[in-house]
Ligand binder design. Structure first.
Ligand SMILES: [Ca+2]
Length: 555
């Protein structure tokens, strides 16, 4: 009886505490906007923005990012979020499919502007899942996952082999999105023109060059792209608001093309950061996020919207990182390396999320998460189970978003570099299956081998976040355990519970031959074009639906 009384009093106390609790806690306990309906989801992906470029994530950062700082203050900062890859295309594949890209036909490098689609036609995507459950789904911005341009007549070669006036097949609107406006790939990759749904918005009757040269629309200018994408995102939110309020929530995947090369801040932003054009472009990118936040407010959707901001990989050396660091701004914060690398600077990305009434304002989460986690998070929000052949590497972040996670959500996370080198992270340990950066930073793998560095690296991230001391030799059992886990993930075709699946081709975690090939001259080619034009050989499985075969592509 006494015990029962004590339990009753405890229950009563909890109830009283709940009644007095802030709204976010009451909502997490079952009240609040999400109870009344599913949230809108706005997922903003920056391109090549470093962790240290966001002011609230880097105490010593020199670039003002007031809108991102406000977003963080109103929501949660994830301090251990990782992109699936250290470069564009594979990360984007992972975001939309919940599957590591190295399971697809793309095992290193990225696609080009005219590559065929990477996401197989039958594969469930996060937008397709949301669409099945009544969402309106929009993609605005940089796609970079391939699409099929119509073949031209005649014997034209190169990009001119396409007839750009004809409808485009297998683009975003064939992969789960109701609406698409954007550019086919990176802003320095032709064709240089906007696409709306399955058509170019203007004739590609001229040629232009932003790093690469190719077909272009006459009125297309790189400097206009960020403002155009922000404007389209605002229009999408405004036009979707009445339906969203009436029960058709919206999912907007806004893939900004900045601050990736070409680094083209608009006139009013030039010189604003006092650092260099990259700093100015980051400020303009932050302002674009501010415009989206204002649009959500104006449309009355902010309270029932899960707003996410992240980046597809770390800061590129094309930002002129030495110049930035010389002025005290460290775009990779205290992490080693940059875009393309297996080190943290390649894939440890900013991740901020806001959902009023559900996510506690000003909170932080050190949960290990991967950008592949969107798919399972969407399924969790919808209360549905994913089929076995979807989201194979996706783990719901919802408990971490709501602050209700009792322990680690992910067993581990797999990282991947531009040259296809692997790393696996579990708890404090990070095992890297390459001797050097696996990317563009020095020492590159062939240099590291030549220097006699060990073929693998193991870092204790709890005490060595800068990946300075390789403790592999002292902890062989840890390295073996992590290696076995990675091998299991590869063999199972998945890293989450469920029926084993097939990868789209053989996966070689040791990349045998890659360094030999690099030694034979490919690395030199990368050196020459360091930063924004580094090239790698893209390996494809040669399967149907696989993007372009045997071509050289650049990031
Ligand atoms: Ca990128």
């Amino acid at each position: 009886m006494w015990i029962q009384r004590r339990a009753f009093l405890k229950w009563l106390g909890a109830g009283a505490a709940l009644a007095a609790a802030p709204s976010w806690l009451r909502a997490a306990a079952g009240e609040g906007p999400a109870r009344a309906g599913r949230p809108n989801i706005v997922y903003i992906l920056a391109d090549d923005l470093g962790y240290g470029d966001v002011r609230c994530l880097n105490p010593g950062g020199k670039i003002p990012t007031p809108h991102l700082d406000r977003l963080a203050a109103q929501g949660v900062i994830f301090t251990e979020a990782h992109s699936g890859s250290a470069v564009c295309t594979p990360t984007r594949y992972g975001i939309l499919t919940g599957r590591y890209s190295w399971r697809s036909s793309l095992r290193s490098g990225v696609l080009g502007g005219d590559s065929p689609p990477l996401i197989a036609p039958g594969r469930l995507t996060a937008p397709a899942l949301l669409k099945q459950h009544g969402y309106a789904t929009g993609c605005i911005g940089k796609w970079h996952l391939g699409m099929d341009f119509a073949r031209g007549s005649g014997d034209a070669k190169g990009s001119r082999r396409f007839d750009y006036a004809k409808p485009i097949a297998n683009g975003p609107t064939a992969r789960g999105f109701d609406y698409y406006f954007g550019i086919s790939a990176s802003l320095d990759m032709p064709p240089f023109a906007f696409i709306e749904n399955d058509r170019f918005t203007a004739a590609l009757d001229t040629e232009k060059q932003w790093i690469r040269k190719g077909p272009a629309a006459r009125d297309f200018e790189a400097v206009d792209v960020l403002p155009a994408l922000a404007r389209k995102a605002v229009e999408y939110i405004e036009s979707g608001a009445p339906q969203a309020r009436a029960g058709t929530p919206l999912f907007l995947y806004l893939a900004l093309a900045s601050p990736h090369t070409p680094i083209v801040p608009a006139a009013e932003w030039q010189g604003k950061s006092g650092l260099n054009p990259y700093g100015d472009f980051v400020m303009q990118t932050d302002a674009a996020v501010g415009e989206v936040m204002k649009a959500l407010d104006r449309a009355g959707l902010a309270d029932n919207t899960l707003l996410v901001f992240t980046s597809d990989n770390g800061c590129s050396p094309a930002a002129k990182v030495q110049e930035l660091e010389g002025k005290g701004h460290y775009p990779s914060y205290h992490f080693r390396g940059y875009k393309a690398d297996i080190w943290e600077g390649g894939h440890h990305v900013p991740f901020l999320a806001r959902w009023p009434g559900r996510i506690r304002p000003g909170s932080r989460s050190d949960q290990l998460t991967c950008l592949t986690d969107l798919m399972a998070t969407c399924a969790d929000l919808l209360g549905v189970k994913l089929p076995d052949d979807a989201g194979e590497d996706s783990v719901s972040m919802l408990p971490a978003l709501l602050g209700t996670a009792a322990g680690p959500l992910r067993e581990a996370a797999v990282h991947h570099s531009i040259s296809g080198k692997f790393s696996i992270r579990q708890g404090r340990w990070k095992l890297e299956l390459c001797p050097g950066s696996g990317g563009w930073s020095s020492p590159k793998d062939p240099e590291a081998l030549a220097q006699g560095l060990p073929p693998v690296q193991l870092y204790d991230m709890a005490g060595d976040v800068g990946e300075k001391v390789n403790v592999h030799a002292k902890n062989p059992e840890v390295a073996s355990r992590l290696l076995a886990l990675l091998e299991k993930y590869v063999a199972d075709g998945r890293s989450t519970p469920g029926a084993p699946q097939k990868n789209d081709g053989p996966v070689d975690i040791w990349k045998k031959g890659a360094d030999k090939a690099a030694k034979k001259g490919k690395a030199k080619k990368s050196d020459r074009a360091m930063g924004d034009e580094s090239s790698v050989t893209r390996e494809t499985g040669g399967r149907p639906g696989a993007a372009g075969q045997g071509t050289r592509r650049a990031e």
